[in-house]
Design a binder for this molecule. Structure first.
Ligand code: KDG
Ligand code: MG
Length: 412
């Protein structure tokens, strides 16, 4: 057996997705997600120009060997483009292996460790009333854990809240809180850390008063704080018992988390922009985080993220895999299979895709009472309607960026 065909399919039903489709000599197909929000075509080129030619004729059963060949063989290691491309190959090979074995991928990873995956959704609102409505609507949709993002007085637009600009730029087509906007240039947002730090604890106090102590609440600071500011935020949120505070600092400075940890017991989640186990080396070994946020799509696939999570498990650190709308249904399926199988599963982020996306990617997962399950179809359980995908060509889109009031570019 060998890989006969490798196609890179770009489609933009509600937003851009990059999918690798492998076909073996006897006609078994496998899908992998290679979507890198705002930089999609870089991964397309990496795959088409440099990876696809290497895959033709390879034995599709050799997943680990192919991973090492693509990682070590490139000489240039790590980085989001490389690791998204490798992830797509890896997922597609697991998909093929599952179909060949007639088993869902989670069975190949050791079988189910739980009945389903607790998932959290994104509630947001510019005002408290809007936020409360959004939380209630998420509860009605079955969510048992909810991320809370709000507007901050004095700031026009802010991460995590659907802005009118986003909606208009996308010509009325957007997911609830999809931050990438279609158009030739990125949208500018504004930021002020002092206003944010004053406001957020009051929001969580109001949410706890309204919704009680039980509901798991999460919050994403989206890389914007210095270590001492993050420490202060974590401390000020302690009375509201967060499930986690995410990306409190731009975490490439791993040592920064030591300072944050010294001041707060609010659990910390980090890693959606990380792409290898080496990005986590210090923060896992020193137990500076509680949840690993990486997506299968951006961390070299199932093979590599499982290694990260196995390493994390030695320190009682759990998974909290990234699952915004820019992870395609294929990437989400891979996360669900991995999350179902590992022991140290924590929670899964789950933002629903749009109707057009769900029509192009036919999926087997279930969503019931706040829990996800990948389903029992052999492989990953996702099929791509290639003709349908062809009806939605790539549309240029960018993530926004931030400026402070004096015009300085700030972390977004
Ligand atoms: O592409 C960027 C998004 O994936 C990111 O902004 C979403 O931070 C995010 C989250 O926690 O879902
Ligand atoms: Mg995040």
């Amino acid at each position: 057996m060998s890989i006969d065909r490798a196609e890179v399919i770009v489609t933009s039903p509600d937003r851009n997705f990059v999918t690798l489709k492998l076909t073996t000599a006897d006609g078994v197909t496998g899908l992998g997600d290679a979507t890198l929000n705002g930089r999609e075509l870089a991964v397309v080129s990496y795959l088409k120009d440099h990876v696809v030619p290497l895959l033709i004729g390879r034995d599709e059963s050799r997943i680990e060997d192919t991973w090492q060949f693509l990682y070590r063989g490139a000489y240039w290691r790590r980085g989001p483009v490389t690791m998204a491309a490798i992830a797509a190959v890896d997922m597609a090979l697991w998909d093929i292996k599952g179909k060949t074995a007639n088993m869902p991928v989670y069975q190949l990873l050791g079988g189910a460790s739980r009945r389903g995956l607790l998932a959290y959704g994104h509630a947001s609102g510019k005002t408290l009333d809007e936020l409360f409505d959004s939380i209630r609507s998420h509860q009605e949709q079955g969510y048992r854990a909810i991320r809370v993002q709000t507007g901050v007085p004095g700031l026009k637009s802010i991460y995590g809240i659907a802005s009118n600009a986003t909606y208009e730029a996308n010509k009325g087509v957007r997911y609830d809180h999809e931050p990438a906007q279609r158009g030739a240039l990125p949208h500018e947002e504004d930021w002020d850390t002092r206003s944010y730090l004053r406001h957020i604890p009051t929001v969580f106090e109001a949410v706890r008063n309204e919704f009680g102590p039980e509901l798991p609440l999460l919050h994403d600071a989206h890389h914007r704080l210095t270590p001492i500011q993050a420490a202060r935020l974590g401390k000020s949120l302690e009375p509201y018992d967060l499930f986690w505070l995410e990306d409190c600092t731009p975490a490439e400075n791993q040592e920064a988390l030591r300072l944050v940890r010294r001041h707060t017991t609010t659990p910390l989640a980090i890693g959606e922009i990380f792409n290898t186990v080496w990005d986590y080396q210090q923060i896992i070994r020193e137990q500076l985080i509680d949840y690993v946020r990486s997506a299968v799509t951006h961390t070299g696939g199932i093979t590599h993220l499982k290694k990260v999570l196995d390493y994390a498990s030695q320190y009682q650190i759990k998974s909290g895999m990234h699952g915004p709308t820019d992870i395609s249904p294929v990437g989400m399926a891979a996360a669900m299979h991995l999350g179902l199988a590992i022991h140290n599963f924590g929670i899964q982020e789950y933002m629903k895709h749009g109707e057009k996306t769900d029509a192009v990617f036919e999926q087997s997962f279930t969503w019931q009472d706040g829990y996800l399950h990948p389903g029992d179809r052999p492989g990953l359980g996702v099929e791509l309607d290639v003709d349908g995908a062809g009806r939605y060509p790539y549309v240029q889109a960018y993530l926004p960026y931030n400026r402070l009031h004096d015009g300085t570019v700030h972390d977004w």
